[in-house]
Design a binder for this molecule. Structure first.
Ligand code: ATP
Ligand code: MG
Length: 635
């Protein structure tokens, strides 16, 4: 019997030991007992971190959609697979059963086929969070086309860069999208992007907002009439284990986005196995991840992981602030959500508006709360735990990356005791290492260093599309025979991991390495502070000094800024030490963020250093106007 479902802490250790002492036989058992294959593998794993080349389940044949849909039809045909909650709370939610999903994916695959899409072709999907998005992704997987989902908040330049980078033949989009009270002209953005994309032959357009749009003859087609005419069955294309499944660009917090390539079998096994355990999903549960499918979190934990487990997964079209900041909780109450997975940026935004809107709703269905995307600061952790989880729901602070395909360091709820700001322990099969600057592994506990992974796991990205050298340079060159994550971490006295921030953001002050997360965490403890970001700037004596950008909560009362500055530095001194005190503190109405909601420290660093002639790639920036405000007021 394999260990598909871990139920208590001792079992975690036992399974973990097995997974690292005999990785091949461990993953083979999981793959064998919990998935359907057209043909079994001849070799579980072959790897070489120098080339680098990683292969899992070589020789196996499968189609991931048979695992996510077809195999559930007998037992879960009438179960809701996707529960669609529209932008407008007055519009009805849509329950798409596994049987409906099968039919919709098959029809869509037939449309792709009729438009000349073949195995290996790249299809760019630029859609809002509507069912067509999930269906399009699965239809690509069914026909063996490589999907590249681009978040529908990206600009036309960001879109055309991504379309050209992977040489997509087709774009799937909609006339427009709703975001809260606004509607966005998506098709217009696509048209602009396509002026620079000669390789795109076909554009399929879903109707969402009924706007008047231009359709280009011979290139653009309304999707619905094609679906209406399509046949309701489509035999899934047989894929090799290592055939590409999708390309996904990283969020761009640190520079030019990278098109990470994920392949089929290993990704499927790992996303499904992590989903089951990290969320402790049970058959009747309703699970909701608030991420957009344009990010890896949405790929692995809205679509593939949940569906491979026959789960009910909520897909929400709107935003947390519409019609008001209670929307998330209204949805939890309405659909009796059991597992809720969101990002620290959302938690901080909601916390900023107080707890009254949370208290209005019945959240008693909740069992597990999740966080992903950035370090969750202690204050936000407690707010989430106290107000949303009512201190009864374990919080899983899940650390992972686009590159890792699935969750890497996380508590297992009801097993691993949680600790605020700690992602805690490696997931099954994951072998982390902390490295020093000289390339030596730092052993023991109560240490910190650069976070690496020593051994392959099934869902790791296999390359950067079209640029294997960059893949090698970025992830496998800093440390010999290791995957380098780019993040720093510390390991506490019991072996729990805490992510301290990106290594590129580490600031050396008077010879001390300071991670951004612990300092921001201390600042955010101040009751007037909503959010903060710190960066280094050149300093004659210390080498670098610290510059803090801080947004305050809207409490209505005015604050004496100098007092707040003093109190913040006192908090830092108490919690970390005087070495981490901020030399400059600038109050601002917002922080520059990526479209996935992450603070872009590289831009803040340039502003603090008064080096603003070239801010680097800003196409992934959500709120460019804030950059101007910050530059105008720089200290
Ligand atoms: P880019 O690689 O283009 O700069 P990105 O790193 O923001 O973009 P993602 O792959 O979406 O793109 O994000 C992964 C990163 O997010 C991690 O490397 C880490 O820095 C941060 N992160 C994710 N989850 C957590 C977490 N639970 N705790 C701390 N940091 C996290
Ligand atoms: Mg990254």
């Amino acid at each position: 019997m394999s260990n598909y479902h871990i139920k208590h802490f001792e079992e975690y250790f036992q399974v973990y030991r097995k997974s690292v002492s005999k990785p091949e036989s461990f993953w083979e058992e999981i793959a064998e007992e919990h998935f359907v294959w057209r043909k079994k593998w001849s070799k579980v794993l072959s790897w070489d971190f120098l080339k680098p080349e990683i292969k899992w389940f070589e020789g196996a044949k499968l189609n991931i959609t048979e695992n996510c849909i077809d195999r559930h039809l007998h037992t879960r045909g009438d179960k809701t697979a996707i529960l669609f909650e529209p932008n407008d709370p007055n519009d009805p939610a849509e329950h798409i059963t596994y049987r409906d999903l099968h039919q919709r994916v098959c029809k869509f695959a037939n449309v792709l086929h009729d438009k000349g899409i073949k195995k290996g072709d790249r299809v760019c999907i630029y859609l809002p969070m509507i069912p067509e998005l999930a269906v399009a992704v699965l239809a690509c997987a069914r026909i063996g086309a490589i999907h590249s989902v681009v978040f529908a908040g990206f600009s036309s330049t960001a879109l055309s860069t991504r379309i050209n980078d992977c040489d997509a033949k087709m774009v799937i989009t909609s006339d427009g999208s709703y975001r809260g009270s606004k509607s966005i002209d998506l098709k217009g953005i696509v048209d602009e992007a396509l002026d620079d994309c000669a390789g795109v032959e076909t554009v399929l357009v879903a109707k969402r907002i009924n706007s008047d749009i231009k359709m280009k003859d011979g290139r653009d087609y309304w999707l619905q009439p094609l679906l209406d005419e399509a046949y309701h069955d489509f035999t899934a294309i047989v894929m090799e284990a290592e055939d590409p499944l999708f390309i996904l660009y990283t969020s761009g917090s640190t520079g030019m986005p990278k098109g990470m390539l994920h392949t089929t079998a290993g990704y499927m096994v790992y996303s499904a196995y992590t989903f089951k355990n990290v969320f402790q999903y049970k058959e009747e549960d309703v699970y909701w991840c608030t991420a957009d499918i344009g990010w890896i979190t949405g790929h692995s934990y809205i679509i593939y992981g949940p569906l491979a487990n026959g789960a009910t997964t909520v897909m929400f079209e709107g935003v947390p602030s519409y019609p008001d900041f209670g929307r998330f909780w209204e949805i939890v109450q309405k659909h009796k959500v059991n597992q809720f997975y969101t990002a620290p940026t959302a938690i901080r935004a909601l916390a900023k508006h107080g707890s009254e809107l949370v208290e209005k709703y019945d959240l008693s269905s909740l069992k597990v709360l999740g966080s992903v995307g950035e370090p969750i600061n202690e204050e936000a952790w407690h707010w989430y735990n106290d107000n949303v989880g009512k201190k009864k729901c374990p919080i899983v602070d899940t650390w992972w990356q686009t590159e890792t395909g699935g969750i890497m360091i996380t508590p297992i709820p009801f097993s691993t005791p949680t600790k605020p700001t700690y992602a805690t322990l490696p997931f099954i099969g994951i072998q982390p290492a902390l490295m020093d600057e000289n390339g030596n592994e730092i052993l023991g506990n109560q240490v910190d260093g650069r976070l690496c992974i020593k051994f392959p796991w099934p869902s790791m990205a296999r390359t950067i599309w079209g640029n294997h050298q960059r893949y090698k340079d970025t992830y496998f060159s800093a440390f010999e025979n290791m995957y380098f994550t780019g993040d720093g971490a510390l390991r506490d006295e019991v072996g729990y991991y805490r992510i301290t921030g990106r290594v590129d953001d580490v600031i050396i002050v008077s010879g001390h390495n300071l991670g951004t997360a612990p300092i921001e965490d201390a600042i955010n403890e101040h009751n007037a502070v909503a959010e903060s970001a710190i960066v280094g700037f050149p300093h004659d004596v210390k080498g670098n000094a610290l510059y803090g950008y801080i947004t305050l909560k809207d409490t209505g009362e005015s604050r004496d800024h100098d007092n707040v500055r003093k109190e913040i530095n006192q908090l830092i001194t108490d919690r970390i030490g005087p070495i981490a005190k901020l030399d400059k503190i600038q109050f601002t109405t917002g922080l520059p963020k990526t479209r996935s909601g992450k603070i872009m420290r590289r831009i803040l660093r340039k502003i603090a250093s008064k080096d603003t002639s070239n801010l680097g790639d800003t196409s992934t920036l959500l709120n460019p106007e804030i950059v101007q405000e910050i530059m105008d007021n720089v200290l």
